[in-house]
Design a protein around this ligand. Structure first.
Ligand code: ADP
Ligand code: MG
Length: 583
């Protein structure tokens, strides 16, 4: 049942994967193509400017041509307007893709199997959603069009220059490898440093995040000093990387400027000589310089493109991997009313990992409207049984049936709608009491209904005393309600959902005795008229149960009523004595 993860092996950019990913978002290609076309037009107009400038400059000696000047200004404006239109269109295109991509990833994440969440850190998942999608958008709507126009500029400018003066152009062209030879090692080095910094930053981010989210543990363990040290180490290595980066960054700038100056001086010297000879016009020389400046931007774009490409390549791979993970199947199965049907677990084997057995040959049944209790040593697999019943995981062997139907043939949404679950510390979301009660439910609920279930759960009083009643915010992870209150809210929620099968996993285990009594009473009301499976940690729950299963090492080692088990099952007797002698 565990899916093999697709091994990330290739580091090369896979165009096929990338296109596949993009195709799934059904992009508005017309925006891309129109944006690209406009970008080329704008570049074409820009390329025309130096040629006009040449004529303008050359015409100075005869007479000033005002129309020519106006013409050049108009060209500039025109190219700016077209450029802006092109940029906007490409931006729209990219935003549209990233929006759909994020929707796809978010949908995927929500529908993945629970086993995926056991293995992958939530930070990694949100990074797919936030960072990786951004990388892909950047490549698509910025770098790729940038590359196309850059190539167009370079080829166009080069062609025009060749046409204008091939000798001068070739001299310039030969200087390009020279410049590259100087710049490339620096660029490579600073790229590598950038990489190290990213990795270090990610690690630093993860470490601090972990520490801050467990701040109570840090304080209680007097671990501030230790955490502070850890932080300092990370901050220190970031500092060292920063120093190196500062050097390379500030070396790169001046060298680049020096090289450019050299080129310009060279062209000016050679050009002036040619002008003096009369084989070249002043206008042509200036126009050459203008082209040279026009080439600088595209050259940088070319260099950066490969960085973006390699980033987007990693992102594509990671998103692809995520998209290939298997999902829970919400389409299969029909709606089945579980009311009045016996829940049967038949010879189930299960392990979280492939080579592991947590449950083996486990069988039990729960007749409608009875209370079935599970008891046994910690780690025996009781909560795992509940996870299987909730269909977070699937058994490797055996079957779970409701009546004669396998629960796999009940539609997942319908199945989960009919089971209620209250655990040791019930989950609560940031939001109001009302939000928490109706979470996931689609209907409209009147206040009176909500108060009614709160009353059944012995939660009415404390909610009434809250400053804003049902609309009181409970804080992140419900920090503003106590453990007992949280449990009673979970029970109120269960009342509202009115499940046919109720599962209680040590629901009162973490409570003080006063809260425990109240939660227990609320649970007893909730259990009425439902099939209840309860993982017990209180003796009274076991004693009152219609049937008890004693779970040891993933196996049922004894079943029956309390008295029967006490009489026949030695381990059970010992367990009850050690666990419950305080009751
Ligand atoms: N998500 C999980 N992934 C891997 N192993 C798990 C997971 N949850 C529980 N286990 C393991 O399964 C075994 C049974 O755990 P559990 O069902 O929680 O026992 P119980 O509820 O009886 O105390 C334990 O050995 C536990 O370490
Ligand atoms: Mg448990």
């Amino acid at each position: 049942m565990q899916q093999m993860r697709v091994a990330p092996s290739k580091s090369q950019f896979s165009f096929k994967d990338f296109l596949g990913l993009i195709k799934n978002t059904k992009p508005k290609y017309w925006q891309l193509f129109l944006g690209l076309a406009l970008g080329l037009v704008a570049t074409g107009v820009q390329l025309a400017v130096p040629s006009y400038a040449k004529q303008l400059i050359n015409s100075f000696s005869k007479q000033f041509n005002i129309y020519m000047l106006i013409g050049i200004v108009v060209l500039f404006i025109l190219s700016a307007v077209i450029s802006a239109a092109s940029g906007s269109l490409l931006g729209f295109f990219g935003e549209d893709v990233i929006q759909k991509l994020r929707n796809n990833i978010w949908h995927k994440l929500l529908h993945l199997r629970v086993s995926y969440f056991d293995d992958v850190k939530s930070g990694e998942m949100t990074s797919r959603l936030v960072n990786d999608s951004t990388q892909i958008k950047d490549l698509l709507s910025r770098s790729f069009p940038g590359l196309v126009t850059a190539i167009f500029t370079i080829v166009g400018a080069f062609a025009i220059m060749l046409f204008m003066d091939w000798k001068m152009t070739l001299i310039m062209a030969f200087s390009v490898p020279l410049v590259m030879a100087v710049m490339l090692p620096i660029a490579k080095k600073s790229h590598a440093i950038g990489h190290t910094r990213q990795d270090e930053l990610a690690r630093f981010n993860g470490e601090t995040d972990e520490t801050l989210s467990e701040i109570r543990l840090v304080k209680l363990s007097n671990a501030e000093q230790q955490a502070s040290q850890q932080g300092q180490t990370a901050i220190g290595s970031l500092y060292k990387i920063g120093l190196r980066e500062a050097i390379y960054d500030s070396v790169a700038g001046p060298i680049m400027t020096a090289v450019m100056m050299g080129l310009i001086v060279g062209i000016l010297a050679y050009g002036s000589a040619r002008v003096a000879q009369g084989t070249m016009t002043i206008g042509a020389m200036f126009s050459f310089l203008m082209y040279l400046f026009q080439l600088m931007g595209p050259a940088a774009t070319l260099g950066q493109f490969f960085t973006t490409l390699s980033k987007a390549s990693g992102s594509t791979e990671r998103i692809q991997e995520l998209m290939q993970e298997s999902e829970e199947d919400f389409d299969h199965g029909t709606a089945v009313d579980v009311e009045g049907q016996t829940l049967k677990v038949e010879s189930v084997d299960f392990g979280y990992e492939d080579d592991q057995t947590i449950l083996h040959d486990l069988s039990f049944e729960a007749k409608p409207n009875t209370v079935v209790a599970f008891a046994g040593p910690s780690g025996g697999g009781k909560s795992t049984i509940f996870s299987l019943l909730e269909r977070y995981y699937e058994p490797n062997q055996g079957a779970i049936k409701i009546g004669e139907t396998s629960i796999n043939d009940v539609s997942l949404a319908d199945w989960r709608k009919q089971i209620g679950f209250v655990s040791q510390d019930s989950a609560i979301m940031a939001g109001t009491i009302r939000d928490n009660l109706t979470y996931g439910l689609t209907g409209e609920y009147a206040d009176a209904q909500l108060w009614a279930v709160l009353q059944l759960a012995f939660a009415e009083k404390f909610v009434r005393e809250m400053p804003e009643g049902l609309d009181t915010e409970v804080g992140t992870r419900g920090v503003k309600v106590s453990g007992g209150q949280r449990q009673r809210l979970a029970i109120a929620r269960a009342f509202l959902r009115d499940p046919k099968i109720l599962m209680l996993d040590e629901a009162t285990a973490s409570l003080d005795s006063e809260s425990e009594a109240m939660v227990q009473k609320a649970l007893e009301t909730l259990m009425e008229g439902r099939t209840t499976l309860v993982i017990a940690h209180r003796l009274s729950t076991i004693v009152d149960a219609d049937q008890i299963y004693f779970i040891e090492n993933g196996h049922v080692s004894g079943a029956g009523k309390h008295q029967e088990l006490v009489a026949n099952h030695e381990l059970y007797r010992e367990y009850v004595e050690t666990q419950f002698n305080q009751d």
